[in-house]
Design a protein around this ligand. Structure first.
Ligand code: ATP
Length: 438
């Protein structure tokens, strides 16, 4: 039996992964088995009403035999993975009761933006529910209609929006690309206070655990394993493989935690991106699109760097490296009119702009740069400029010339990928480190 849950938290507290952590503990202590790793499924990162990372969770539960694989720790209780998949006739009501009472205990119902959803199903749901929820804006009505036609039990609280994420989490196919995250949770009496994490221990862990990624931004001195919100998460370490994560986590010197759990996730997979021609790009999508730089990058107040991309049909779209992308903007500033690039990023509605997550430089145009004014062919002396763009003339004999003496400019960019720094990376963006591996 599969359980999907979403939209339990608000900006002032809570976290849907913490609800999953509690749920796993409660199910196991009631005698159920959790099969496989709980899922943390990130959805469309561009939707305006997300609390933070637009994450939903799902758990597979059964009456089975416990294996010797540990997926978590709650206080002193080890959370072990279940081994077999027995039928649970008669237990469905108990599971529903456990899930609903937990959501009702933990969800921030007072917040207008918190609209929890629970979906329970005997099998995973059709893959398009996930594809739509990660790539588009989905309506609650469409999802409810679809759930009504499936053999599932569901409960949506308030405006029921959480059903979108809950069903998408049950529709993700984790046999494709996936990663893992071990998340540690704070003691309740510390929620909302400053997190105590020793940065040096994070740097050591980062060096010693090469299959983890996005732990620390060395250029910007940013600790990326810990959130800034008042949520129950102490820190999370992401990695390509689950096995090393508990050992990596134990290397972090931090305040005591109430426990940890490992999730299998679609983070760092680029699953949100779809290849699009410029003319078919729509707001709130995340796209990969290729074109020629038709307007040299320029910086606007606030430090954001913008340029315009044009395709072979002459269709254009603006692309932006916003200020939080820090040093990445220096690479973007080096682009020249005529360069051919492929831009990866989320689409902002007004004005329609791609918020660049990474860029592949495919072709660098030769750029001529002026080294000196032209020489007069008659007098052999340097000519004088007649003003910007107006050409040159010889003071002695009046001979005119349009162009200065130029040389090929050294391009500071190379062909290949450039990505935003760790401090500006989105949950779903695949780091180049992972692209090299795959
Ligand atoms: P956290 O990461 O802390 O769990 P969050 O950023 O995931 O918070 P939620 O509180 O889950 O934010 O709110 C996101 C809401 O948007 C959920 O109700 C979810 O069902 C819904 N949602 C997710 N994807 C889409 C989509 N593609 N279209 C419309 N609604 C969506």
């Amino acid at each position: 039996m599969w359980i999907g849950v979403d939209d339990t938290d608000s900006r002032t507290g809570g976290c849907t992964t913490f609800v999953a952590f509690q749920l796993v503990h409660r199910l196991i202590s009631t005698g159920f088995s959790v099969i496989g790793y709980p899922r943390l499924v990130r959805l469309n990162p561009n939707i305006p009403w997300k609390t933070r990372g637009n994450g939903a969770v799902a758990i597979q539960v059964s009456k089975g035999v416990t294996s010797d694989i540990q997926i978590g720790l709650n206080k002193d209780t080890k959370l072990m993975i279940g081994k077999t998949l027995d039928h649970m006739t008669g237990d469905v009501d108990t599971v529903r009761e456990i899930v609903c009472s937990l959501i009702e205990e933990y969800a921030s119902f007072d917040d207008d933006n918190t609209n929890p959803g629970i979906v329970i199903s005997n099998k995973l749901l059709p893959p398009h529910l996930y594809q739509n929820a990660i790539q588009k804006i989905v309506t609650i009505r469409d999802v409810v209609e679809e759930l009504d036609g499936l053999d599932v039990w569901y409960k949506g609280y308030k405006n029921q929006r959480g059903l979108i994420g809950a069903s998408a989490a049950l529709s993700w196919n984790d046999t494709m690309d996936k990663t893992f995250e071990i998340i540690y949770y704070r003691d309740k009496n510390r929620w909302g206070t400053k997190r105590m994490i020793d940065t040096r221990s994070v740097l050591t862990m980062d060096e010693r655990c090469p299959s983890t990624f996005d732990n620390y931004d060395r250029e910007n001195h940013h600790l990326s394993i810990a959130p800034n919100s008042p949520c129950p998460v102490l820190f999370g370490i992401r990695g390509d493989h689950q096995e090393p994560l508990p050992a990596c986590g134990s290397m972090i010197e931090a305040e005591p935690s109430q426990g940890w759990m490992i999730f299998v996730t679609n983070q760092a997979t680029d699953d949100h991106l779809q290849r699009k021609k410029i003319e078919s790009i729509e707001p709130y999508q995340s796209v990969i699109t290729k074109g020629t730089v038709c307007k040299k990058p320029f910086t606007i107040p606030g430090g954001h760097v913008l340029f315009t991309l044009e395709d072979e049909k002459g269709k254009t779209i603006d692309c932006a490296a916003y200020e939080p992308t820090k040093q990445f903007r220096n690479a973007i500033r080096q682009l020249e009119k005529g360069d051919i690039v492929e831009v990866y990023g989320g689409v902002r509605k007004k004005p329609l702009t791609i918020n660049i997550e990474k860029i592949a430089v495919h072709y660098l145009i030769d750029v001529a740069e002026k080294i000196e004014n032209p020489l007069c062919p008659l007098c052999g002396k340097h000519m004088r400029s007649k003003g910007k763009g107006k050409g040159y003339h010889c003071k002695g004999c009046g001979t005119k010339e349009v162009n200065p003496i130029v040389r090929k400019k050294d391009r500071l960019l190379s062909l290949g990928f450039y990505e935003v720094p760790v401090c500006a990376r989105r949950h779903l963006s695949k780091p180049l480190k992972r692209m090299d591996d795959s």
